[in-house]
Ligand binder design. Structure first.
Ligand code: R5P
Length: 299
């Protein structure tokens, strides 16, 4: 029996595209809010004995987590054989440590919730900084697929003589993989974050050698845009051409996209893990392959 995909609100188009790739069926389902703000979920397609994949990109996660957990629970209570989460953007990965006494380490809390609800989790480039792999957080099999080759293909097709630039140490793993695949040089800058919107970027000295190349700034998440704006500004001051800014996940806090486009940058593009006007790099094939790998692992 084919896989049954359940799309959380906002992920319907992605679920339809994945259904075509996986020869899967999209479930009829209702998600709505009661007048008091609580969430109502109903699955109308029988799930008995089937593999159910809940498709949900988890940007704005506080609006989505109850619906996600209710959908997984409804699938299971209606007899699903296994229930898998396909979350192209996996939220709550950045608070992976306690920086001040009393803080909740939300990466671990959310991983516990999702591990209790799902048999496997698939994500694209989850933010792994102080934690090396999803397996350190999740109690169920996880598949983290990398957008590096798709990003490299985009750069190859659209940017002449690139130098790939990471704005901070955490970006080193994506930047290195993309640069290697392109056979291009790469530079990783240094970031100091003092607050949500208070970011300073430095460490430009090592980049001087590559000034004649087009800088391609690459980060996993663009949220306030302060990291990208700071890095693009530093490159400009150092005499580089305007940067091509590429983010994997178009999280974009209010005004951030406009702020970044107003900075002196060549263009702002993102992968389509979160639907956004900046999407230019499609990852459906990658997510479908990740799902197939996850299903093979859990049998
Ligand atoms: C954090 O380490 C991430 O890799 C990004 O650099 C960060 O989330 C970007 O945030 P913002 O756009 O708010 O500067």
């Amino acid at each position: 029996m084919s896989v049954l995909l359940v799309a959380l609100p906002g992920s319907e188009a992605r679920a339809a595209r994945l259904a075509t790739r996986l020869a899967a069926e999209v479930a009829a389902a209702e998600f709505r809010r009661f007048p008091d703000g609580e969430t109502y979920v109903r699955l109308d397609t029988p799930a008995t004995g089937r593999t159910v994949v809940v498709v949900a990109s988890l940007d704005r996660p506080d609006d989505k987590l109850p619906a996600l957990l209710f959908a997984a629970s409804a699938a299971r209570e209606h007899g699903a054989r296994r229930v898998v989460l396909a979350a192209p953007y996996l939220a709550y990965m950045r608070q992976d440590a306690r920086f001040r006494p009393g803080e909740a380490v939300t990466a671990r809390v959310v991983a516990r919730w999702l591990s209790a609800a799902f048999d496997a989790v698939v994500a694209v480039d989850p933010h792994l900084h102080r934690v090396d792999s999803l397996g350190e957080l999740y109690g169920v099999p996880t598949v983290a697929v990398s957008a590096a080759s798709a990003i490299a293909a985009y750069i190859r097709e659209t940017v002449e003589r690139p130098v790939v630039v990471g704005p901070d140490a955490e970006s080193g793993r994506w930047v290195g993989a993309v640069a290697e695949s392109l056979g291009a040089p790469c530079v990783v800058l240094e970031k100091v974050r003092r607050g949500d919107r208070d970011v300073t970027i430095g460490g430009i000295d090592g980049a001087a050698l590559w000034k004649s190349r087009t800088p391609v700034l690459l980060d996993d998440i663009v949220s306030t845009g302060r990291t990208m704006i700071g890095a693009a500004g530093l490159l400009e001051q150092a005499g580089f051409a305007p940067a091509v800014c590429i983010g994997v996940h178009a999280v974009f806090a209010p005004d951030a996209y406009d702020d970044l486009r107003r900075a002196r940058v060549d263009r702002v593009v993102t992968c389509d893990t979160i639907e956004h006007p900046s999407n230019a790099i499609a990852l459906d094939a990658l997510v479908a392959r990740g799902l197939e790998a996850a299903l093979a692992r859990i049998g």
